[in-house]
Structures are given as C-alpha cells and as structure tokens.
Design a protein around this ligand. Sequence first.
Ligand SMILES: C[S@@+](CC[C@H](N)C(=O)[O-])C[C@H]1O[C@@H](n2cnc3c(N)ncnc32)[C@H](O)[C@@H]1O
Length: 215
Amino acid sequence: MSIDYTDPNADVPPGVDFLNALEVDAWVAACEVDKPWRVPMRQRFADLLSALPNGATALEIGSGPGLLAECILEACPNIESYTLLDWSEHMLDLSKARLSRFHAAQFIQADFKQAYWRKQLSPPYSAVVAMQAVHEIRHKRHVPGFYRQVRDILEPGGVLAVCDGIPRDTSILWQTSLLMTVEEQLEALTFAGFANVQLESQLGATVFVTGRAPK
Ligand SMILES: C[S@@+](CC[C@H](N)C(=O)[O-])C[C@H]1O[C@@H](n2cnc3c(N)ncnc32)[C@H](O)[C@@H]1O
C-alpha cells in the first residue's frame, strides 16, 4: 500500500512495527535475503572499530537482532564494552541469545526519539554505530539534532559511523522525507559539530558515513 500524504514535514509512518514480535521475526527472516550490501557494510564497521585502542567502548543504536554487534565483537578484541540499544524487547531478546558468548555485550531498552533516551547510558563512548537505524527517527529533519545528542556522548575524537539508505526515487515524497542523500548526511554531521566528516563507502543505495567528535 502506498503512503498518501502531502506534507513534506510529516513524519513517515513506520513500515514495520518493531514492537510486535511477529513483525520482528518476519523482518529478521527477510533482512539478509535481498540486501547483499549488509555483509560488506558490517565489515566496514568492524574495520573501523578494530583500529580503536584497547579498552575502547562502543554504543550501537537500533541494534536489532545483533548481527552488526556479532560481526564487530568477533573482529575487535580491543572493544571492552559494547552496548546494544533498541526499543524492541523482542529484538533485544534475539540479540542477547546471539551474543551470549561475548562478555563485552550489554543491553539497554530505550526509545531514541524520546528526549531522555541517553539516561541509562554510561558515556563517553569511543564509538557510536548505527546500521539501517537512523531513518527510524522517521523524518530526516530530526537527524541533525539527533547527531548533536550523539556527539555529546562521544569522547573527544570519538567516531560516529552510520550506514543507511539513500532515496532510490527522488520523486517519491516519503523516500525523500525519510532517507537522506549523501550530501544531507554529511551536512547533518557537520551541523552537529562533527569533524573529519566523510563518505567512507557507497554500495548501491546504501551509504556509510563517519564523523569525529571534536578533540
Ligand atoms: C531496520 S532495523 C535494523 C536493525 C539492525 N541495526 C540491523 O541492521 O540488523 C531498525 C531497528 O531500530 C529499532 N528502532 C526503531 N525505532 C526505534 C526507536 N525509536 N528507538 C530505539 N530503537 C528503535 C528497531 O526496533 C529495529 O531493531
């Protein structure tokens, strides 16, 4: 069913209800099937975080079933603590089962659209990562302010790494309200006060961007 609305400032309704266990299971079963970019993009995150010093701390936002966390924790013995944040209890249960062998993994249930979403966290973090999750803020106009909140929980020089989709059809309003172009991602990071803002990689309609918290 197509979404019919004409207000470019309206939040885009969610396509999947991640608070519903059946919808979560269906999403998880399908998420790797037609998205060949997910495996190489996970490896980009792992390469980035493996370069951090020993004792590094990481936070993942919208961590889902823990596939990115598993890839990073397998590749990065330098990560001392890795916190997975998601609002979906069922997603957190799936990730807890997947990551039970990693002592570094910690889990927090929180809604990153709420003003107090950082309350349970223990900043500062060496890295904050998000894969296919930033668009869950449901409108790109919220993203620069969100990135500013993330900057404030990073240590000086800490890295924010984001992988997300770009609009595939710029004539479709919901896509251009929800998804950000490369330029919009880089502008949002810059607006939020990040330095060394970069497009690291692009695979089809998916990009991997980074920024560093000021030193
Ligand atoms: C598209 S899935 C991606 C999951 C994971 N990052 C991956 O790539 O495998 C989006 C995730 O963001 C979570 N999410 C959506 N809205 C959220 C919110 N407001 N606060 C916290 N998590 C949220 C969902 O529960 C879901 O796990």
